[in-house]
Ligand binder design. Structure first.
Ligand code: BG6
Length: 487
């Protein structure tokens, strides 16, 4: 089943921070894949901008190298030269208003009137303001202009509010696309399809039938190479406040009245506002130490005495009718045993078993795998085949998206590809609204403040393990356990 590709309207997209890691690793290779798929119309252009002094030819060569590095199979693609010919480059140091004027003029001249125009802020947060101001001063903030803002969106509630207010001085909310790339992942979108396009799960999707939900985002990578950012953030700010909260919203939200950006985001906001404060005993933070030939966090982050957490496990409760009594257990960390992101919805066991006590039915589980091997499976009890009497066994009903969609659909689009095309299409459904970001910070801030004011350091865990033992304890004391961490 090949997916349909509908070309988007003609556009000019300027990427600030175009020579940076995210642009080279995700944005540019993603645009090239959309180009090859036929989704970029013939006139569409991408203007790179960064501080580096570079010609347009130099930029094209750099992006050719980036595609070779990050999307090897497409490095020799016959359409690569044509794609590169759509790229342009302007050197801009946005912090220096004195010298930036000619560069802004060049940008103004290159951004055509009459096409969709978007500006992607793939830069450090301190540049958001000079860039927003620069765009506004040069007539690039009016109707029809969209801006894309990368995380981190603030480092606490106060800074996120300041950022929202600053952006609101130049742009309407309908022009602002705050990226959380987890929302662009195929399985996350599928979660909405599974929940709201089928009758099967929704009647059971509540505290009466769901025992608990587990959300795991485990990574094998450490923080080496981005220690200076990470050490000032930690897992709570880097993953929980944004990606994990968005996953939780997708599971916990009420059905929106329509698949419409504000209808969906209104429902997610209600979930974020229903988050209960997390008690100190319901959260464990950890930091990896050297093991199995891998360095510890202190060395990777370049800060031997750091108390920043590289792991968090917590129990989250929602104060609303649907989820009263169903905990959500979340865990995420770096340098863990496996790279595995998954959500497990664990249902309750049947209220009464008609079968022998030796074979009690086990709880159904809906497993939603984000990566690797996107897909879902539903664990069901069936009769063990054979003549040996009525014995029960639990088996998965497996649905791997790549397989289900057949050979042509086997390569699922990367989150960034999808999200950039949504910006051009003007669809904000998979982007965070300002009030959502603030609600998530309002919940996360007290947790971070409590760590900052306490003497208790993060619990150590071995690099390559499943995290600190206390994380397992968090579930054990509730008579539950984490699913095994497997990639
Ligand atoms: C980013 C975080 O937002 O998401 C990183 O800053 C993290 O620390 C990454 O590694 C994980 O994304 P993915 O798509 O690889 O799961």
């Amino acid at each position: 089943m090949a997916s349909r590709v509908i070309p988007v309207e003609d556009f000019d997209l300027i990427i600030f921070g175009a020579t940076g890691d995210l642009s080279r690793r995700k944005i540019m290779p993603g645009l090239f894949r959309r180009f090859v798929a036929g989704q970029m119309p013939p006139g569409a252009r991408v203007i790179g901008s960064a501080r580096s002094e570079m010609t347009t030819d130099g930029f094209r060569a750099d992006i050719r190298a980036a595609i070779a590095e990050h999307d090897g199979p497409r490095a020799d693609h016959p359409q690569l030269d044509e794609f590169l010919s759509r790229l342009d480059y302007v050197t801009l140091d946005a912090t220096d208003e004195g010298t930036a004027e000619p560069a802004w003029q060049a940008i103004r001249d290159k951004m055509r009137d009459g096409v969709i125009r978007a500006a992607y802020f793939s830069v450090a947060p301190f540049l958001f303001e000079p860039l927003a101001r620069g765009l506004a001063r040069h007539g690039l903030a009016g109707e029809g202009i969209r801006i894309v803002v990368e995380k981190p969106f603030g480092h606490d509630l106060a800074s996120a509010r300041d950022l929202n207010e600053m952006l609101a001085r130049h742009f309407d909310e309908a022009q602002i696309y705050r990226i959380d790339h987890y929302l662009g992942k195929e399985t996350v979108q599928n979660l909405m399809a599974v929940r709201f396009a089928n009758i099967l799960f929704e009647p059971l999707w509540n505290a009466q039938y769901v025992d608990h939900v587990q959300i795991t985002v485990a990574e094998t990578v450490g923080v080496a190479g981005r220690g200076s950012y990470y050490d000032g953030a930690g897992a709570m700010r880097d993953m929980v406040q944004n990606h994990m909260m968005q996953l939780l919203c997708m599971i916990a939200m009420e059905p929106p009245w329509h698949f419409d950006p504000d209808a969906v985001r209104d429902e997610k906001l209600k979930v974020l506002r229903a988050l209960m404060p997390v008690e100190a005993g319901d959260i464990v933070h950890g930091q990896y130490r050297p093991a199995a030939g891998m360095a510890g966090y202190g060395e990777d982050a370049g800060n031997a005495h750091s108390r920043t957490e590289s792991f968090v496990a917590l129990k989250v409760r929602l104060a609303n009718w649907r989820w009263q009594g169903t905990p959500f257990y979340l865990r995420t960390g770096k340098r863990l045993r496996a790279r595995a992101s998954e959500i497990a919805v664990v249902f309750r066991t049947p209220p009464h078993s008609i079968f022998d006590a030796a074979d009690p039915p086990r709880a159904n589980e809906l497993m939603i795998r984000l990566q690797p091997d996107e897909g879902m499976d539903l664990k069901m009890m069936i009769k063990e085949p054979g003549p040996g009497g009525m014995r029960l066994v639990q088996v998965p009903l497996d649905m791997s998206f790549a397989e289900a969609l057949g050979a042509e659909g086997a390569e699922l689009p990367d989150a960034y590809e999808r999200l950039i095309m949504d910006v051009i299409r003007g669809n904000q459904t998979l982007f965070m609204r300002g009030d959502e970001v603030e609600a998530a910070w309002a919940w996360a801030d007290p947790i971070i403040e409590r760590w900052a004011s306490s003497d208790a350091p993060p619990r150590p865990y071995d690099a390559g393990s499943a995290g600190p033992a206390e994380a397992a304890e968090l579930m054990k004391r509730d008579g539950r356990r984490w699913r095994e961490m497997r990639g």
